[in-house]
Design a protein around this ligand. Structure first.
Ligand SMILES: Nc1[nH]c(=O)nc2c1ncn2[C@H]1C[C@H](O)[C@@H](COP(=O)(O)OP(=O)(O)OP(=O)(O)O)O1
Length: 165
């Protein structure tokens, strides 16, 4: 699969009534209007964790240190009808950051209870991999989108071995 390398970084915090994850409404570009994770393209010369730290700063204005990132696995998004949209995603979780998440030109962040993710406003595939990763499973996932580039045709999940960066 030819694919752009991207990252996603999910901030997690404990609330009085359970665990919360930071997602955001995408205001521009790919996935505009959907509730998505914070992240974006890995630039030339960057590691995935460097890109994750840069993206959280650019998109929600908080500082995350690379050594506070917890690798959660990978998701390959395969768009058979639009192969130029294929993405190979390295996913991180973190419970440590500096500053308060705030809105940028790209994303309007909000906290959601892990038990009640806004799946109807997310990519249809998200419920197949995000809860598992948040719960601490380290997995490698391949999502095949349907011909409409929205619905899920197939999801394949295997346990993940951490690669060296
Ligand atoms: N099927 C899918 N389900 C999902 O939950 N997230 C997806 C997805 N396909 C792509 N993504 C995510 C991965 C990646 O973090 C993001 C796309 O990257 P970007 O937000 O960086 O794209 P943009 O083109 O908006 O911005 P730039 O990279 O800044 O040009 O969408």
């Amino acid at each position: 699969m030819t694919a752009a390398h991207v990252t996603l970084c999910f901030l997690l915090r404990n609330g009085a009534d359970g665990e919360y994850v930071l997602l955001g409404t995408k205001k521009t570009g790919f996935g505009r209007g959907k509730v998505v994770g914070v992240g974006g393209h890995v630039e030339l010369g960057e590691t995935a964790s460097e890109a994750a730290c840069r993206e959280v700063m650019e998109e929600i204005n908080v500082v995350v240190h690379a050594n506070d990132l917890v690798p959660a696995g990978t998701v390959d998004f395969v768009f058979p009808a639009r192969p130029d949209w294929n993405m190979a995603t390295t996913v991180f979780l973190t419970r440590a950051w500096e500053g308060e998440p705030s809105e940028s030109e790209e994303i309007a962040p909000a906290w959601f209870p892990v038990e009640r993710l806004p799946v109807e406003r997310m990519w249809a595939d998200a419920e197949h991999w995000l809860p598992a990763m948040i719960s601490g499973q380290r997995i490698a996932v391949r999502v095949d989108l349907a011909a409409d580039n929205e619905n899920v045709a197939n999801v394949h999940t295997v346990a993940w071995t951490i690669p060296e960066e």
